[in-house]
Write a protein that binds this ligand. Sequence first.
Ligand code: KIV
Ligand code: ZN
Length: 521
Amino acid sequence: MDKIQFFDTTLRDGEQTPGVSFSIAEKVEIARQLEKWGITVIEAGFPAASPDSFEAVKLIAEAMTTTSVTGLARCVISDIDKAVEAVKHAKHPQIHVFIATSPIHMEYKLKMTPDEVIAQITKCVSYARERVELVEFSPEDATRTDKDFLLKAVQTAVDAGASFINIPDTVGFTQPEEYKAIFEFLIANVKSDREIIYSAHCHDDLGQATANSLAAIRGGARRIEGAVNGLGERAGNAALEEVAVALHIRKDFYQVEQPLNLSETMNTSELVSQYSGLPVPKNKAVVGGNAFAHESGIHQDGVLKNAQTYEIITPELVGVKHNSLPLGKLSGRHAFTDKLDQLGITYEAVAVADLFEKFKKLADKKQNITDADLRALVSGGQTVKNASGFTFASVKFDNSKHGEHTAIVTLVNQENETYETTATGRGSIDAIFKAIDEAFDQEVRLLSYMVDAVTDGTDAQGSAHVVIENPATGTIFNAKGVDYDVLTASAQAYMNANILVQKENAQGKITTIHAHDGIKM
Ligand code: KIV
Ligand code: ZN
């Protein structure tokens, strides 16, 4: 059976999700988890986009031992130089070069004729191939490209030395049968004396990314590109966990091997959710909180008699662990760190005392601390230090005047000095956010605010998510806060989002090139 290659672009296309921005350290940690998960190739970034993007690709290239690392480059020599430089220390380096081939992209975005695009493919793919052995070429917006021109572009890239041909459904336009036929057509007509691997790259605008990726495999694709939790531009990329589990469960139908260590799926999904600040929807296939919940009496009855009546995926398959050893208030520090290690949760050694104290406080209020509680405690319970070294300390209320809500927010600096701001609002949240606005004294636009419970039960911890925009630059930031008290969680989340805006304002807006920008030659 053929083995399918999995190409993860969480750190490149996934980071193009509005509001998502990983730090370099987070990218390296995610890459390590992707390697553990069994990903074949990590697209670690777009090195020409910014110095940070370059640095992240370089560090990931140096850190990976089995997984290949690639960097994205437009069909421009300077982009390719940067990508080559960034991946040069990888054990298994690759380069990914792309240029748009659809009429609308060539005319309006690139302002190039089809002949100029073909000439650019020859020049850039051969330039990349002279420097790195494995080159992937993508004709961007391939699914809206004239079929004969697509064949010409792909043949040109193959002749220039590309070993991987990716067919991006850039705008999520194609349908499964149609996409499959494109692969069959190219595989039947492209001429080459060496093996060419075809790759699928699907966006989810019409909700077909997973179905299209699977159809591509039926059409002969042997590499699948996507992102964890379906992150990505607009509606996102194909969710790799969905494609992998579909290939596993329906091996009888697809007759191919998927490469992932599926029991690492949940850890991977949770890590990406934590660092992206985007919660996984409860009804999301494979990794959603309800994926293994059975609500109706008939279903529950069936599952009790034989789980397979309604459960085609077992929780164990994707690494959902049963809480075999729940922690409680009598658990010691050793049991606590042991459990974090068991769950694959990474934490800084210096933060253990602080985390353990938070755990003890939570255990005083909640009888059983679940795995989800622990993940939330480590991921969202912390507040990042702002530029002046402040961390969030507490929020109190003075509701003595009837109908008015007054919040008193206390921040603490590195010298342990406290700083208090007070504000009155129409409700508790309004008052808290206004008090924090006062502390930061900067303009922000609140785009969304959401509170959720980490676990079931009335003693659950609250998790708050805030999305704010920096009006000065238009950048969108996601931030999270977790606490036993939802108001404190909300204050933490809003403060964390403000810190990100403050950092951006302090550094000045970094102008980056985006993956879909035109080519400036
Ligand atoms: O969706 C797309 O076309 C891309 C390319 C850069 C491959 O992400
Ligand atoms: Zn894409």
